[in-house]
Design a protein around this ligand. Sequence first.
Ligand code: HEM
Length: 364
Amino acid sequence: MLATLFRTLRHPSREALRGAALAALIANMVIVFTGGIVRVTGSGLGCTDWPTCDGSNITPLAGGGGHEVWQGYVEFGNRLLSAPVLLTAVLVWWFVRRTGPHPRVVRRLALLLPLGVIGQIVLGGVTVLTGLSPYTVAGHFLASMVLIAAAAGVYELVRAPDGAPPASRGVQRAMTAVLVVALVVLVLGTVVTGTGPHGGDVNAPRFPLDLRVMAIAHADAVWLLLGLTGATVAVTWRSGPTRFQRTVRLLFAVQLAQGGLGYLQYWLGVPPTLVSFHIMGATIMWAVAVLAWARAREHRSLVEGADSDVAPDDVVGTGTAADVTSPKALQTAGGDAAASPRADRTDTGADDADDQAGAPAGRP
Ligand code: HEM
């Protein structure tokens, strides 16, 4: 058992790398969800200090600052979760170093993961020390979205290429638009949260904005997102890569459910349980959007062949662009993908396009 673990750590397979990326993706989504629970239960200052809970103890021994002990544990539990999040991120980075050669984008995303988690741990501390400033709370959430995108990106990019042609250039552009609008929806969502009642503490500062106006802006961006995604689903209903078709349909379904949940929670006066599910839905929507965006593109993974033909120690480890351009790497990665000057890009561009035809306050 232990021997297998060490062997996997020394010589991970591409499947192990994908597993680690999936674990990192799930871990980041879970911590966003539990972070939401901290917020809606008013436990954001259950630990009033950082990195200790109360200035002298690591764990919450007594309720401080007018908080119950259980609120301290809710906040502390979320702090503890950063350990598995960091562990999975480090695993991804390590496995990427030990497998390969990988495109530069994969190596960068893999490095971003552990660095980003460390940044998030510090930002979590800043959030507490600023008394839950809505700016840092929003930044904390959005930084997690970057990490979710990085984990989803590694998961998708190290998949064995299936030779499927990419979606048409127009569909690829539409998916970029979907991703950008999805990001706008997330940003506006954090502004609604920063304006609304769930600041994580009764005394948390709030954005001096009109909640109804911000909710309307957030919901209107969602309608734009639904329109773009729905149109892409319609256009690719009968053509396009199957994996992409499935993913973009799932994306549309998630967006519909999440939009419905958004209206429901708004009309019901943002009850904590529904708000928690809305946060979870947002992370799922974002992860699926990133996967759909990637799956609209041709998949040229340089991992192909390298796992079996080359001892990982021989190929990777420098973390530099030389990994994929060294003669040995090119040889072992094989084929045009490795030899192409654009080999470290996921978007293969226009030449590939020919491959296929391919309320409490009224209406928000
Ligand atoms: C694809 C659809 C949607 C996505 C991805 C989404 C995403 C988000 C995000 C990321 C947040 C901030 C979470 C946080 O900072 O912890 C949020 C908050 C919120 N959203 Fe949405 N949303 C969607 C649809 C809607 C719709 C249609 C409404 C209807 C008005 C809505 C109402 C709200 C409200 C009221 C909040 C603040 C909840 C609170 O008090 O914390 N959302 N949303």
